[in-house]
Ligand binder design. Structure first.
Ligand SMILES: NC(=O)c1ccc[n+]([C@@H]2O[C@H](COP(=O)([O-])OP(=O)(O)OC[C@H]3O[C@@H](n4cnc5c(N)ncnc54)[C@H](O)[C@@H]3O)[C@@H](O)[C@H]2O)c1
Length: 248
């Protein structure tokens, strides 16, 4: 019960890593507010988390918009009475050569995978600063470090998350708010449905561990960064559960 009674907000909680982290945080005693655009997925998740006997609230929001991230965080603040932990996991993937990418595809990718992280952090921070504690965990990707063919817009967004998080970490540490990043390697989630079988086979072949990860294998990294004393000394760091794909 490393997160007993901590108030945790998780975006992208209806699927994949966000879902696994929500279930993992519930198992550690956290009170949850789950945000996603997938209303049905949120209903399913709320039911699953409620079975642990803990309080769970949800907001259906399209985080690619300018307004809805702020509204969803406001709902979480009101529903939980504050926020101790914010995990930004919502995201999309996509595939296309740079020469073929449209401005609409580029903007959509950056709106959800990068701008929503900024907007959710900005909205949650005043309450964290006022209470003088908070933990923010932004989910990037190892591709934000090493890049990948046909994923330039995804890698650009994830590199942005890493740079944003390091800078924010330096801005808010004076208020005892710790900002860190998890940059996973490939994990078997519905997101990979957006990526071609050929790309995935080539990727699996180059991974030193020789396989993709499972969502639940990411949970201990998130619990570590959100817990005391485990996360106390992490600031602006990037945990890399990436199957050996990058060794920074
Ligand atoms: N799966 C991987 O291999 C992998 C690797 C590295 C990083 N990541 C990152 O992990 C995070 C989670 O990915 P995942 O694999 O769990 O994907 P996923 O598709 O399983 O889950 C993503 C969730 O985000 C939600 N979402 C997408 N767009 C949204 C929007 N506009 N508004 C609100 N919610 C939205 C989806 O509804 C979904 O529930 C992403 O940021 C992704 O880039 C994933």
């Amino acid at each position: 019960m490393q997160l007993r009674d901590k108030r945790a907000v998780i975006t992208g909680a209806a699927s994949g890593l966000g879902e696994a982290i929500a279930l993992g945080f519930a198992a550690q005693g956290a009170r949850l507010w789950l945000i996603d655009r997938d209303a049905e997925g949120l209903r399913r998740m709320a039911l699953a988390c409620t079975q642990t006997g803990l309080e769970v609230g949800t907001s259906v929001a399209d985080l690619a918009t300018a307004e809805q991230p702020e509204q969803a965080i406001e709902q979480a603040l009101a529903g939980l009475g504050g926020i101790d932990i914010l995990v930004n996991s919502a995201g999309i993937a996509g595939q296309g050569s740079c020469l073929e990418l449209t401005i609409e595809q580029w903007d959509q990718m950056l709106a959800i995978d990068l701008r929503s992280v900024f907007l959710c952090c900005r909205q949650a921070l005043p309450a964290m600063i006022a209470q003088r504690w908070g933990w923010i965990i932004n989910i990037a990707s190892q591709l934000g470090i090493k890049g990948a063919p046909e994923l330039s817009y995804y890698a650009a967004a994830k590199a942005g998350v890493i740079g944003f998080s390091k800078s924010l970490a330096l801005e808010v540490v004076q208020h005892n708010v710790l900002v860190n990043v998890i940059a996973p390697g490939p994990v078997e989630t519905p997101m990979l449905g957006d990526i071609s079988a050929g790309w995935k086979a080539a990727k699996a072949a180059e991974l030193p561990l020789g396989r993709f990860g499972r969502p639940e294998e990411l949970v201990p990294s998130a619990v570590l960064l959100a817990s005391e004393p485990g996360g106390n000394l992490y600031l602006g760091q990037m945990l890399g559960p990436n199957l050996g794909d990058v060794m920074p």
